[in-house]
Write a protein that binds this ligand. Structure first.
Ligand SMILES: Cc1cc2nc3c(=O)[nH]c(=O)nc-3n(C[C@H](O)[C@H](O)[C@H](O)COP(=O)(O)O)c2cc1C
Length: 198
């Protein structure tokens, strides 16, 4: 890799950021780009080569079906959420799901009998989510990784076909940003990094 390419790559790594879900709209990746994004997503560290994850893509008409089913579940379960959570979810169910061209569910498939700890299997799914964000952003598209009720509602898990040994690690909304977004406050290395000494 040339020095210029390295600089460009490092600049990308240093500045990549998510886009708020209400600001994600069309266009999204082409089918070929999506295949590359998901391939990069699954090129992920995985203790024991277990591949303890699967991906479910929701796009096109399927998003409308999902939005309708989620709206029904939400009506039943929303009393368990704070007013602020309800407002945010309502926006996602009624608008963002329809606006964002592609939604990817990253599902952790945990083998509890394995000698690889369950939390390591789940961590690998987190790495898949992060890799998908890198790949989406590298193509110049916008994305956001969310969970909350959409990932944890028992009724919704049934709706989308999450099995007993599975958990949703992330729901990645993918598309283009309606407007440039400000970066958020980033961690202070002095607070977060220490150097161990005996
Ligand atoms: C596991 C996980 C779950 C998240 N769930 C939500 C969520 O439900 N709602 C939300 O507004 N943000 C959620 N976030 C935060 C968003 O992804 C946020 O946009 C992100 O932290 C921004 O960081 P970035 O700009 O470095 O990508 C979650 C983040 C992670 C890692």
């Amino acid at each position: 890799m040339s020095a210029t390419d390295k600089q460009k790559l490092l600049q990308f790594l240093a500045t990549r950021r998510s886009t708020p879900t209400p600001n994600i709209t069309s266009p999204g990746p082409t089918p070929e780009e999506l295949t590359n994004i998901l391939t990069i997503g699954l090129r992920t560290p995985d203790h024991g080569k277990m591949e303890p994850w699967r991906l479910m893509v929701v796009e096109g008409e399927a998003k409308k079906d999902l939005a309708e089913k989620l709206a029904k579940n939400f009506a039943i379960e929303k009393h368990t959420l704070t007013p602020k959570q309800q407002e945010k979810l309502n926006q996602i169910i009624t608008k963002t799901i329809v606006d964002a061209p592609i939604i990817v569910y990253v599902i952790s498939t945990i083998d509890k009998q394995s000698h690889i700890p369950a939390n390591e299997q789940f961590l690998s799914s987190g790495a898949v989510c992060m890799n998908i964000l890198w790949a989406v952003n590298a193509y110049g598209y916008a994305a956001n990784w969310i969970t909350g009720w959409l990932a944890y509602s028992e009724q919704t898990k049934k709706t989308i076909g999450i099995k007993d040994n599975e958990e949703v690690a992330g729901i990645i909304f993918i598309g283009s940003a309606t407007e440039p977004c400000e970066d958020r406050k980033r961690p202070d290395l002095k607070e977060k990094v220490s150097f161990w000494s005996a």
